[in-house]
Design a protein around this ligand. Sequence first.
Ligand SMILES: [Cu+2]
Length: 177
Amino acid sequence: MKLHLMFLVGLLAGQTASGGDPDHGGANDGQAATHHGHHDSAHGAGNRAVGQPGHPDRIDRSIAVIASDTMRYDPPEITVRPGETIRFEVKNDGKLRHEFTIGDATEQRTHAEMMKRDPDMVHNDPNTITVEPGVAKTLVWQFGEAGELEIGCHVPGHYEAGMVARVRVVAANNSHQ
Ligand SMILES: [Cu+2]
């Protein structure tokens, strides 16, 4: 019985490894299983669960976001699907500079610490854009696994003042919670 279960788990793991790529034929199944863990190699763009920069030609949906000097994003809560590529159109409606950083809570904290040390630092991380007053910028992001993420502004004091939007990454049949 135990062996049987382990076999099942192994099967599921194999499916996950080759999942998301419809071109993966049966001939590659054995290989896919041995390539387990290749996602873990660091690309410098955050962890796999959070996602990765999206391809501009493969946008599933565009979402307009307003950043304002009241230290809020509108909308304050965004729901996306695992693997979905979103084109965020971020407009800074205020008179202050604002940021738009996608990440999990840990990344938001790390980012906040960096900004404290060097408040004027300008980021070229793929998960961050800096938006000057009156300007609109876009960020294309492909989300990873289901989970809870945040969009945060790390201009000093802003995140602490509540400049954060919740991002829920949920599969389609879980979206009405
Ligand atoms: Cu801000």
